[in-house]
Design a protein around this ligand. Structure first.
Ligand code: PGA
Length: 247
């Protein structure tokens, strides 16, 4: 099954209005690579201004609350993110699972809330170094995926990002064989829950994706794009990654 590559920047807690020209430049690169779906998940404060200048690149948020409104100081619901100009949102990033203690059940609820407000969702999963070293990463991440998967998950609104925690921001990536094997395991876990729909669902790789390793990663049959942190902050470093995904 041919799946359109999806390459998404995750700006994390980086980016002020002064960086909007980078968003614009990334949008221009997206326009020249129409075979790739390109987006940038910016801090919430930048969603509205970034969405005005991002052109062919979509703008996404980095998290949303599972409730639609209420007494949740400091949080944003999916509808707010959507109204500001986002069309996608990340849920379950390991930094939030760790820093905010989010559980897989929370993440499934967030994904459901996002879908209810017509946001598309990137759902993140990934193992710690301890789990990788213990040799059961595929089992652990498959279980995490199934526990985080919202009811009614479908490829037209949900993508998975496999991000080994030990590869995030470290410059280290798993071997290509390990990425291949993990993505196959995740697709078969998906198939056990959603059947043939699993063939259409995009599974991104994330964690130290760079211009140097993107082509090799994206050539893996079950790698359908990337979730890119540090290298997405500048068009100069993100551009070659987008181009590596183009067909
Ligand atoms: P990195 O981050 O590309 O800087 O490793 C990826 C992510 O955390 O989404």
């Amino acid at each position: 099954m041919a799946r359109r590559k999806l390459v998404v920047g995750n700006w994390k807690m980086n980016g002020m209005r002064a960086q909007l020209p980078e968003v614009e430049a990334i949008g221009r690169i997206a326009a020249t690579n129409p075979s790739v779906e390109v987006g940038i998940c910016v801090p919430a404060t930048l969603i509205e201004p970034a969405s005005r200048v991002s052109g062919a690149a979509f703008i996404g948020g980095q998290d949303c609350h599972m409730k639609a409104s209420g007494a949740h100081t400091g949080n944003l619901c999916a509808g707010m993110i959507k109204e500001a100009g986002a069309s996608w949102v990340i849920v379950g990033h390991s930094e939030r699972r760790q820093d905010q203690g989010e559980t897989s059940a929370d993440i499934a609820a967030k994904a459901t809330a996002a879908h209810g407000d017509e946001l598309k969702v990137i759902l993140c999963v990934g193992e710690s170094l301890d789990v990788r070293d213990a040799g059961n990463a595929e089992e652990v991440v498959s279980a995490q995926l199934l526990a985080s998967l919202p009811a009614g998950a479908a490829a037209d609104w949900l993508a998975i990002a496999y991000e080994p925690i030990w590869a995030i921001g470290t410059g280290r990536i798993p071997t290509i064989e390990a990425v291949d094997s993990m993505h196959k395991a995740l697709r078969s876990a998906l198939a056990s829950r959603i059947g043939a729909e699993a063939d259409a669902m995009r599974i991104l790789y994330g964690g130290s994706v760079s211009a140097a390793n993107a082509a090799e990663l994206f050539a893996v049959p079950d790698v359908d794009g990337g979730l890119v942190g540090g290298a997405s902050l500048k068009a100069e470093s993100f551009g070659p990654i987008i181009e590596a995904a183009a067909v």
